[in-house]
Ligand binder design. Structure first.
Ligand code: UDX
Ligand code: UDX
Length: 470
């Protein structure tokens, strides 16, 4: 059995590495157009940071796992081809800002059609709008050779930062398709390590829609608890206590109730907007409006956080140094796509703040690229005024360096290393009052208040307000 995967990204890379590790008899070839990315997969410094990934790649690479840019060759040799290329939100034309851009998927399908001989199973791994498989089937059906194809949908549910654990012990593996033989062939791959009862099979459209729905439900929980966080701040309730209280109801459950500065990542917003677009396409206006609100609430949460910083710092952050701790969209990843940090920092830069950013895994070039992107106009250009704001960004080597002489610290990613720092020393190096805005509620509030910080957490009244109330 030979597998090929097109797309060596956050999904394709770890997923294929796990299949290769668990199935030494299957040859797995991961291909990508991006030579730099492939070179990194073949080096000691992998292109993505994911706990435990290095060991999995090291075990299989060179044995039954290879990375290359030989796309045609890998497709021709494979029995099963995974498509794991990116499907970003369209930025132009029909459906701009909502629909998924399926340009890369179509290109892959055409390439597969062009170089295939014999029978192939084509597996959609990328998250796609419902009925994309129809288009893929149509393109493959017009292959000039005598090749034949089965198309399966096999969405990935791994979360970044815990990808290896999620792949090793998935809650379920979902396979949608029409041909029982093809479904069985893919189920046989996973059954090397996933118990049979966790391998669910459905029709193609249910599988495609389940992925969008799962992400929409998860994001909805975060937006729901974030909406309550605003009410907590206004009323004196504590959002973490509320989350604990409702999460012990077994019908609700404790997961995805952590209030935050807002969800990020490549999937939640993209998939919900895609769902909204689909609903509108089918004339389901109320359904579309319902789901769109999950994204609006998330935008509100990010905006609210930046505004709270400005208001608290006496209505001006102009020329004030602010420490930004964390840039990745969550801990244990170097991925910054749609990270709340980008939007919070954009808003603070527009208020003329001076930002000193520290993230343990995200390189300076990525932070600068993210900010440039978010400050561009619709033609992709940055006005001289906005370009000048980028001069106000400095990248720090540590939390301490970022916070040195800063008026405030904003915690935007929940990295573990932010919890255990010498806060007494940090406090002494800051002008007073020294503010902390904890966008992840990870810091020990009592300890920080004892030192003298004024700490503002998500979904909790801050000390000044609490004292005024008593
Ligand atoms: C992507 C999608 O964003 C997500 O919706 C889906 O569920 C899985 O695939 P991810 O792996 O995180 O997620 O994307 P990314 O890290 O951008 O990787 C995609 C890779 O595909 C890139 O390395 C890109 O170079 C490659 N690619 C893209 C190709 O090899 N060929 C193409 O035509 C387009
Ligand atoms: C998500 C889905 O969980 C995964 O199944 C799917 O395959 C891809 O999309 P990912 O985006 O990698 O995974 O991470 P996730 O853990 O879901 O977090 C997404 C965002 O929500 C992060 O910014 C995270 O910080 C935030 N979040 C999550 C909260 O703010 N509160 C929570 O309680 C949980």
């Amino acid at each position: 059995m030979k597998i090929c995967c097109i797309g060596a990204g956050y999904v394709g890379g770890p997923t294929m590495a796990m299949i290769a590790k668990q199935c030494p008899q299957i040859s797995v070839h991961v291909v990508d157009l991006n030579q730099t990315r492939i070179d990194a997969w073949n080096s000691d410094s992998l292109p993505i940071y994911e706990p435990g990934l290095d060991a999995v790649v090291r075990e299989a690479r060179g044995r039954n796992l290879q990375f290359s840019t030989n796309v045609d060759e890998a497709i021709a040799a494979a029995d099963m081809i995974f498509i794991s290329v990116n499907t970003p939100t369209k930025t132009f034309g029909m459906g701009a800002g909502r629909a998924a851009n399926l340009e890369f998927i179509e290109k892959c399908a055409r390439q597969i059609a062009r170089v295939s001989v014999g029978h192939k199973i084509v597996v959609e791994k990328s998250t796609l709008p419902v009925r994309t498989a129809e288009a893929v089937k149509l393109i493959l059906g017009n292959a000039s050779s005598d090749a034949s194809f089965d198309v399966l949908s096999n969405p990935e549910f791994l979360a970044e930062g815990t990808a290896i654990q999620d792949l090793l012990e998935p809650d379920r593996v979902l396979i949608g398709g029409e041909s029982q033989a093809a479904i069985q062939a893919l189920a046989d791959v996973y059954s090397h390590w996933v118990p049979a009862e966790r391998i669910l099979t459905t029709n193609l459209w249910s599988s495609e829609l389940s992925k969008l729905t799962a992400n929409a439900f998860l994001a909805q929980r975060v937006s729901s608890i974030n909406s309550i966080s605003a009410l907590c701040e206004a009323t004196g309730a504590d959002v973490d206590e509320v989350a604990r209280a409702i999460g012990t109801d077994s019908r609700i459950g404790p997961k995805f109730l952590k209030s935050s500065v807002g969800f990020g990542g490549s999937c939640f917003q993209k998939d919900i907007l895609n769902l909204v677009y689909l609903c509108e396409h089918f004339g389901l206006r109320e359904v579309a409006a319902y789901w769109e609100q999950v994204v609006s609430m998330n935008d509100y949460q990010k905006r609210r956080f930046a505004q709270n910083i400005v208001k608290t710092l006496f209505n001006t952050v102009s020329n004030k140094k602010l420490a930004i701790w964390g840039w990745a969209f969550k801990k244990d990843t170097n991925d910054t796509r749609e990270s709340a940090a980008i939007y919070v920092c954009r808003d603070l830069l527009l208020e003329h703040a001076r930002l000193h950013v520290y993230d343990p895994r995200v390189p300076e070039s990525q932070i600068r690229a993210d900010l440039e992107h978010v400050l561009q106009d619709e033609n992709g250009e940055i006005s001289p005024n906005k370009a000048a704001l980028l001069q106000n960004v400095t990248i720090a080597d540590s939390c301490e360096q970022a916070a040195d002489t800063a008026h405030a610290i904003a915690v935007l990613t929940e990295w573990d290393e932010f919890r255990e720092l010498d806060f007494e020393r940090i406090y002494q190096r800051m002008p007073q009052p020294a503010f902390v805005f904890d966008g992840r509620n990870i810091l020990d509030r009592t300890r920080l208040e004892t030192i003298g910080f004024e700490i503002h957490s998500i979904g909790r009244c801050h000390q000044r307000r609490r004292l005024a109330d008593t």
